[in-house]
Design a protein around this ligand. Structure first.
Ligand SMILES: Nc1ncnc2c1ncn2[C@@H]1O[C@H](COP(=O)(O)OP(=O)(O)OP(=O)(O)O)[C@@H](O)[C@H]1O
Ligand code: SF4
Ligand SMILES: [Mg+2]
Length: 399
C-alpha cells in the first residue's frame, strides 16, 4: 500500500510531507492500542486481523471494493464480552462513503454509531472486539487497490500512519479526549509531528492557524494553555482543529457540534464543507440532529440496535423514507408547519438493550406496521427497494 503526499489547506502548505512511519493520533489511541492488544491476549490472538492474515493468499491486505468508495464497510460486527454476556453493539453493518461526500449516520442512543466509528479506526476499548467484517479503504480510487484496514492489525505501522492522519476522528466526548497533563499546543504538535514533516515552528503556526479557524480567540496564547482552561464548547472546537490539521482524506465526526451554540455550529459546518470542497475529503457524520443531516449529508444511513435499517441519498430519506423507523424518526422532529404548542409524536416504547434483542425484526415491538407471524419470526435483510435506497423491512420483501 502506498502512502501519498497530501497538502494541508492552511497557509503552511510548503514543506508538508506526510510521514510514512507515523504513529497513533494521541494518548487515547495509544491506550486503546494497549486495550486491543490485551483483547488479543484474552482471545488467544484470534482477532479479525490475524485470522484474515492467516488465510489471505496475497498477504498484502488488498481486497475488492464496491464502486469508487473511499471507505466501504461490509458485515462489520463488534461485540462486548461482558460478565453479563455478549453485547452485539454493531451487528453486521454495511455502508459506503464516496470521496468528497458526507455520509450521515443517524439513530437513537445506543444503536451503535460510535462503536461503528471506533471500529473503523480499531480503537474499540476492552472488553469490546471486532469479530467480523471488512473495512475497505481506497484512497487512490483505483479498482482493486483497496486495503482492508482490519487486515492491517490495530497496532501495525500502516494502521498507525492512517489513524489520525489520513483518517481522523472528532470524538463525541471532548472532555476525555485530551490529556490533562499537556498543553493544547503540545498535543497538536505531537499529532503534526507524527503525521507531517513540518518544522517545530511550522507546527506551532499551523496549530495557531487551526485554533483561529475553529473560532477560538487568542489562539497563540491558547496553544500554551492546558485543556482544563478551555470551556466545553472550546474543547470541542479544539478537537475539531486537532482532527482537521492533518488534512485527512476521511473525517469521522461523532456528534461534532452537539456542545456548540447554533452560531458556532453553523460556522463549524461551513468550515467542514469548505474543507470538503477544497480537498475532496469524505466525511462520516454521526448525529442525532436530523436538521444538521439535512444541511450537511449527501447520503444517510439509519441504524437501529446495531444494524442498518435504511440507507440512501439524503433527499430520498427526507422525501420518501421507507423503513417504519425512519418514518417515525422524521415525524418526531419539529417542522416549519408545527405550531409551537403542538405536541410532537414520539416513537412508542424504548430502544431495547442489545443483550435483549427482540426475536425477528428488532424494531417490531415499536412498529406501527408490525405483521404478527412475520415480523416477530424472521429477520429482514437489507435489500434494494429502488435504484437508490436499501431497506431492511418485510413490507418491501419481494419488490
Ligand atoms: N464498554 C462497553 N461495554 C459494554 N457495552 C458497551 C460498551 N461500550 C458501548 N457498549 C454498548 O454498545 C452499544 C452501542 O454503543 P454506542 O456508543 O455505539 O452507541 P451510540 O449509538 O453512539 O449512542 P449515543 O447516541 O448515545 O452516543 C450500546 O448498547 C452500549 O451500551
Ligand atoms: S419488518 Fe415488520 S416490524 Fe420490522 S419494520 Fe418492517 S413492518 Fe415493522
Ligand atoms: Mg455515540
Amino acid at each position: 500500500m502506498t502512502t501519498e503526499t497530501r497538502q494541508p489547506t492552511a497557509p503552511l502548505d510548503s514543506g508538508f510531507r506526510r510521514n510514512d512511519v507515523a504513529a497513533p493520533l494521541d494518548s487515547r489511541v495509544r491506550g486503546n492500542d494497549v486495550a486491543s492488544a490485551r483483547n488479543d491476549d484474552m482471545s488467544g490472538g484470534n482477532d479479525v486481523a490475524s485470522a484474515r492474515n492467516d488465510v489471505a493468499s496475497s498477504g498484502n491486505g488488498e481486497s475488492p471494493v464496491a464502486g469508487d468508495a473511499i471507505l466501504s464497510v461490509r458485515g462489520l460486527e463488534t461485540q462486548f464480552f461482558t460478565d453479563e454476556g455478549v453485547v452485539r453493539a454493531v451487528d453486521g453493518v454495511d455502508f459506503d462513503v464516496l470521496p468528497g461526500t458526507t455520509m450521515g449516520i443517524v439513530g437513537e442512543s445506543g444503536c451503535g454509531k460510535s462503536i461503528t466509528a471506533k471500529s473503523i479506526l480499531q480503537i474499540v476499548e476492552a472488553p469490546g472486539r471486532i469479530t467480523n467484517g471488512e473495512i475497505n479503504y481506497n484512497p487512490s480510487g483505483d479498482a482493486g487497490s483497496a486495503t482492508d484496514l482490519l487486515s492491517l492489525g490495530a497496532n501495525s505501522d500502516a494502521m498507525r500512519s492512517i489513524r489520525g492522519g489520513e483518517i481522523s476522528m472528532i470524538f463525541q466526548e471532548p472532555m476525555t479526549s485530551f490529556s490533562g497533563l499537556h498543553t493544547f499546543g503540545n498535543q497538536i504538535d505531537e499529532t503534526l509531528r507524527l503525521h507531517t514533516n513540518l518544522s517545530k515552528q511550522e507546527r506551532f503556526d499551523l496549530g495557531v492557524d487551526w485554533l483561529a479557524r475553529v473560532g477560538i480567540p487568542n489562539p497563540t496564547q491558547r496553544m500554551h494553555e492546558y485543556p482544563f482552561r478551555f470551556s466545553g464548547g472550546q474543547l470541542q472546537r479544539a478537537m475539531i482543529a486537532m482532527a482537521m490539521c492533518t488534512n485527512p482524506r476521511v473525517l469521522i465526526a461523532d456528534e461534532p457540534t452537539t456542545a456548540l451554540d447554533v452560531t458556532t455550529q453553523a460556522q463549524i459546518l461551513d468550515l467542514l464543507q469548505r474543507m470538503q470542497e477544497e480537498n475532496d475529503m469524505a466525511i462520516l457524520f454521526i448525529t442525532h440532529d436530523l436538521g444538521v443531516i439535512s444541511e450537511i449529508a449527501d447520503d444517510v444511513t439509519v441504524m437501529y440496535l446495531g444494524k442498518v435499517v435504511e440507507t440512501g441519498p439524503v433527499f430520498s430519506f427526507f422525501d420518501e423514507p421507507k423503513h417504519p423507523y425512519s418514518k417515525a424518526l422524521l415525524t418526531s422532529i419539529p417542522s416549519m408547519f408545527t405550531s409551537s404548542r403542538e405536541r410532537l409524536p414520539s416513537i412508542s416504547g424504548s430502544i431495547p438493550h442489545p443483550q435483549n434483542r427482540p426475536m425477528g425484526c428488532a424494531f417490531h415491538p415499536r412498529c406501527q406496521s408490525f405483521m404478527a407471524g412475520t415480523c416477530d419470526v424472521g429477520e429482514p435483510e437489507l435489500q434494494s427497494v429502488n435504484e437508490e435506497q436499501e431497506v431492511s423491512c418485510f413490507l418491501y420483501e419481494g419488490q
